[in-house]
Design a protein around this ligand. Structure first.
Ligand SMILES: Nc1ncnc2c1ncn2[C@@H]1O[C@H](COP(=O)(O)OP(=O)(O)O)[C@@H](O)[C@H]1O
Ligand SMILES: [Mg+2]
Length: 252
């Protein structure tokens, strides 16, 4: 173990340590909370399901509603666990040259059903002959899925024609993925990348913080800009060629 060169009792060292412990404790508490909520829902709905099935006569219709609640809650719990798992991947083992256009098309396909539930058209525009980029495919897919999902959610209550545009193009020595919605726009642009910041009723507030951590780990960038007249564009910039030396993403 590497010993700190600072003397015991050094106030700045103590403060740094206290902050780290506080962050870790805070993060653990939030994760425990985010997992325990859906697990409580799973338990409550499975009890209900058992009651409906053992009733005389059994009520299959109500039992099915309970099963659907169980599936939804279990999916939420899995999502939290996936967030954490994706962040702890090691770059040396997981980076390989990938066609970013294909990754974006994969993410679009993954989200197609969810998009149709939001009555949103996903519109993909990939510049031809883009060079491959050394990336962690799973992490990049996580970024794309998070950004697409946020775009869908931002358009949930707008009466406009709902299209989410995803464009991939080369810009100098970078690739840029722009995900553009015509939704409600950003209420708090200065806070959106903070962990656990959410304006949604059941928002976890982890999505953009994770996206930015992954962008940083690829020596890339992620930023948002307001669209004129409506909505938001998130731009994910990946350097061409420099990403294999990027540091390991730490979960905390
Ligand atoms: N496309 C978007 N349009 C408008 N606001 C957005 C968009 N994406 C993110 N935001 C804002 O940023 C916040 C944080 O997003 P995120 O970290 O993904 O957490 P969550 O989606 O769980 O709220 C959201 O609650 C929302 O206020
Ligand atoms: Mg989100």
């Amino acid at each position: 173990m590497v010993k700190s060169k600072r003397r015991r009792g050094d106030p700045s060292a103590d403060l740094g340590r206290a902050r780290r412990v506080a962050n870790l404790a805070e993060l653990s508490a939030s994760i425990a909370h985010e997992v325990s909520n859906p697990l409580t829902a799973v338990l409550a709905s499975s009890n209900a399901c058992e009651r409906w099935l053992t009733a005389d006569p059994p009520n299959i219709e109500r039992a099915l509603i309970a099963v659907k609640r169980i599936t939804r809650a279990a999916n939420t719990a899995c999502e939290v666990v996936n967030h954490i798992r994706v962040l702890s991947r090691r770059p040396g083992e997981t980076r390989e040259p990938a066609a970013v256009g294909d990754l974006v098309a994969e993410a679009r396909d993954l989200m197609a059903e969810e998009a149709s539930r939001y009555f949103v058209r996903l519109d993909l525009d990939v510049e031809p002959d883009l060079p491959p980029v050394a990336v962690d495919r799973i992490q990049i897919r996580q970024v794309l899925v998070n950004l697409i999902r946020n775009g869908l959610e931002a358009m949930e209550f707008v009466a406009r024609d709902r299209t989410l545009k995803i464009a991939v193009e080369r810009c100098g020595d970078t690739l840029q993925i722009a995900i553009s919605d015509c939704g409600v726009g950003l209420e708090h642009p200065d806070k959106i990348f903070q962990p656990f910041f959410s304006t949604k009723f059941q928002g976890m507030g982890m999505g953009l913080a994770i996206c930015r951590t992954i962008a940083d780990a690829h020596a890339g960038r992620l930023f948002a800009k307001q669209n004129d007249p409506h909505g938001t564009t998130f731009v994910f910039v990946l350097p061409l060629g420099a990403s294999s030396t990027a540091p390991h993403v730490a979960a905390a």
